[in-house]
Design a protein around this ligand. Structure first.
Ligand code: HEM
Length: 402
C-alpha cells in the first residue's frame, strides 16, 4: 500500500495462525492520516499501546458492571425489542421499509444511524493530502464524528453537573468516578475526558450500524426463506409457549433458532474485513515471513466462506451449526467478530441483542414478501458495513401471539 507493505490474511488457517496464535504480534492498529483525524489516537478502536489497554479493559469491565450478561441489561434489550414489535405492529401487515428500524446500543440511551458508505476511504488512506482537499463521504464521516464527539462532550458536562458519579448509573458516571478516584495513585493514567468522549463515540460507531445491519439481513432472509422462518417459529412456540419473558440463556433450548442467527452472521458477514492491524515484529506465518511494520488485513469473508471449513459455504444453510441430532454446534471458523486481542469488544452485547430482537420479532410476526415480489435482493452493498439493498417487506401479525 503505497510504500508500506500490506499483507491480506486469507482463509481460516492464516487468520487463526496470525491473529489467534500470534495475537500479541498483531495487536496494534496502523494509524494513518485519516484514522488519526478520526479518533486522535484516543478511545478503543483507533488507539494503541497503554491507552488502548487501559480504555479497552475499562470498557469491558464497565459493560459488565452495567449488567452485561445479567438479567438487568437483557431486560432493557427486551424493552427495546418490545418497542420495535409495536412499531411493526402499527403497519398492520402492510409493507414496511426494512431500514426503518434502529437498534439502540445502550438501551434508553442514544441511537445513531450512519448510512453513508465509506467508499472513498481506501483513496484517503493512499492519498491523504489530495483527499483532504476533495469532497466525498470521507469528509462526511469526519463531520459525523465531530458532531457525535461534541454531543458526547455535552452529555459528559451534564453528568458532571448532576454529581451522580458516586451513585453511577451509566458508562459516563463510572468513567468520571474512576477519573476522580485515580488522579493521585496512577501517574500513567489515560483516564481523561478526551478518552471518555472517544470511547463513547467508538461504542456508537462500532455498536449501532453493525447490529442493525445484521437484523436487516435477518428479516430479509426470513422473507426469502419461509421454510426456515416457519421452523424457527415452531421451535420458539413449542419451547417458550405463551410465556412473555425469555432470556439469552434460552438460546440453549432453541438450537435451530440459534443456528439460524449464527448462519445469518456467517453467510451475510457484516464486516467483511477486519479493522487493519500492524505487525509488531518479524513473524513467520505458515512459512511466509511478515516483516515488522507490515500492515495486515484479515479477510474475515474468506474465513466465513472458507471451503475447507464449511460444507456449503455459499448457501444459506443453518445446518452448518447443527449436528445430526439437531443439537447446536460451535464452529471454530465462525469469526464474524474478529479474533485475537482486538476481537470485538461488544460481541456478547451484540449476541444478546440479536437473539432477543430476532426471537421477539419472529414470535410476533411472519415476515412476508410484498405482493408481486418473488424474492428480495440478497446481494450486499459495500459500505462501512455490508448491508442489503433497500427493501420492503410485510410484518404479518401471528394470531397465536398477538
Ligand atoms: C453484529 C454486530 C457486530 C459485529 C459483526 C462486529 C464485528 C467486529 C469486528 C470484525 C471487529 C474488528 C476486530 C478486529 O480488529 O479483529 C470489531 C471491533 C470492535 N467492536 Fe464490534 N461488532 C459488532 C457489534 C459491536 C457492538 C454492539 C459493540 C459495542 C457495544 C462493538 C464494539 C467494538 C469495538 C469497541 C471494537 C474495537 C476493539 C478493539 O480495537 O480493541 N461491536 N467488531
Amino acid at each position: 500500500m503505497g510504500h508500506i507493505p500490506l499483507v491480506v490474511l486469507c482463509g481460516f488457517e492464516a487468520v487463526q495462525e496470525a491473529l489467534i496464535n500470534h495475537s500479541e504480534d498483531f495487536v496494534e492498529r496502523p494509524l494513518g492520516h485519516f484514522l488519526k483525524a478520526l479518533a486522535q489516537e484516543k478511545g478503543i478502536i483507533f488507539s494503541n499501546g497503554h491507552t488502548w489497554k487501559q480504555q479497552r479493559k475499562f470498557g469491558l469491565a464497565t459493560m459488565r458492571k452495567l449488567g452485561l450478561g445479567k438479567k438487568g441489561m437483557e431486560h432493557q434489550v427486551e424493552e427495546e425489542a418490545h418497542q420495535l414489535v409495536e412499531t411493526f405492529a402499527r403497519a398492520k401487515g402492510h409493507s414496511i421499509n426494512g431500514k426503518e428500524f434502529k437498534v439502540s446500543l445502550f438501551p434508553n440511551a442514544l441511537t445513531i444511524h450512519v448510512t453513508d458508505p465509506l467508499t472513498t476511504l481506501p483513496l484517503y488512506i493512499l492519498f491523504p493530502r489530495l483527499m483532504e482537499s476533495l469532497p466525498g463521504p470521507h469528509k462526511k464521516v469526519l463531520a459525523y464524528t465531530e458532531t457525535v464527539r461534541s454531543f458526547v462532550k455535552e452529555e459528559i458536562q451534564q453528568h458532571k453537573e448532576k454529581h451522580a458519579v458516586h451513585d453511577p448509573q451509566d458508562f459516563i458516571d463510572f468513567y468520571l468516578f474512576h477519573m476522580e478516584k485515580q488522579s493521585t495513585d496512577e501517574p500513567n493514567s489515560t483516564y481523561n475526558e478526551e478518552n471518555l468522549a472517544q470511547c463513547i463515540s467508538d461504542l456508537f460507531l462500532a455498536g449501532t450500524e453493525t447490529t442493525a445491519t445484521a437484523l436487516q439481513w435477518a428479516l430479509l432472509l426470513m422473507a426469502n426463506h419461509p421454510d426456515i422462518q416457519e421452523k424457527v417459529q415452531k421451535e420458539v412456540e413449542d419451547t417458550l409457549g405463551s410465556s412473555q419473558s425469555f432470556s439469552y440463556q434460552d438460546r440453549k433450548r432453541l438450537p435451530y433458532t440459534n443456528a439460524v442467527i449464527h448462519e445469518i452472521l456467517r453467510a451475510y458477514y457484516v464486516l467483511f474485513v477486519g479493522i487493519p492491524r500492524k505487525c509488531m515484529k518479524d513473524v513467520n506465518i505458515l512459512g511466509f515471513l511478515i516483516p515488522k511494520g507490515t500492515h495486515v488485513i484479515a479477510d474475515f469473508r474468506s474465513v466465513l466462506l472458507d471451503p475447507k471449513q464449511w460444507e456449503k459455504p455459499q448457501d444459506f444453510n443453518p445446518n452448518h451449526f447443527l449436528d445430526q441430532d439437531g443439537s447446536f454446534v460451535e464452529r471454530e471458523a465462525f469469526l464474524p467478530f474478529g479474533a485475537g486481542a482486538r476481537v470485538c469488544l461488544g460481541e456478547l452485547l451484540a449476541r444478546i441483542e440479536l437473539f432477543i430482537f430476532f426471537t421477539s420479532l419472529l414470535r410476533a410476526f411472519s415476515f412476508e414478501l410484498p405482493e408481486g415480489v418473488k424474492e428480495l435482493n440478497a446481494k450486499p452493498i459495500f459500505g462501512g458495513t455490508l448491508h442489503p439493498h433497500p427493501y420492503k417487506l410485510c410484518a404479518v401479525p401471528r394470531c397465536s401471539t398477538s
